[in-house]
Design a protein around this ligand. Sequence first.
Ligand SMILES: [Zn+2]
Length: 285
Amino acid sequence: MLQNTLSNKIYFKGIGLHTGLEVNLELHPAKENSGITFFRKDLNKKIEASWKNVISTKFSTNLGVDNCFIKTVEHLLSAFAGLHISNCDVFIDNEEVPIMDGSSKVFVDEILKTGIKNQIMNQQVIEIKKKVRFDCDYGYGELLPNSETEEGLNIFIESRFEGKYEDQTINIENLNGGYPSKISQARTFGFYEEIEYLKSQNLIKGGSLDNAIVIKDFQPINPEGLRYNNELMRHKVLDVVGDLYLSGFPIIGKYIGFKTGHYITYNLLKELFNDKNNFKIINSN
Ligand SMILES: [Zn+2]
């Protein structure tokens, strides 16, 4: 597989989910081997989309270098990973990526409309060679090598919602190609009882029923209902795909998780890169 970038520039305008700030976002084609790079236009600084630049994972994945922040990067990164965009320069004039409709659908639709450009160099991928695991007090995540019959990235997640929603599992086999229809439309979600707490933490200032599913008594209070019957689990997969792209490469292997979130996936990446024997960077077929 060749590396890819965008055929042309794309512009978005929206608000940050947590900061509530208005933001202009521009996606520009980028040269080979440059990866995904964020540029803060207002500060004239840049931050690479790398797990090494993660500064916090509380309710979103946030990057920071020298007092320059790019917050809530996971849905945009998920769109790039899902569409195999290897190289892109992301210009932003404020500190949080706009939430759009709460999923990665708007990014995916616009990228597909604009076009994806094959580049000349081959795409490298990370192949998982050894099991890596991260545990915390409420859940865990694992990265494992694929079995002989498995291809691409396979994701199996189990969740418990502590009596606030039906416990669910999801199994996505070889995501390759299925991302726009299976995953990209799944919106972020929250629980009605937690809204006041999140607001007290200075979060979700830009949150509304236009960009998040809100669950009360096991049901969404959004008038339009759910886009998939297991939309919450599909959004968890969307987040995993986005957070894993902070590795800098597509991943060939299996992700297994229980009650996963940004904190678990980020720490799992740290574990992965802790030992060179855990993975191999190879040319894709
Ligand atoms: Zn999310």
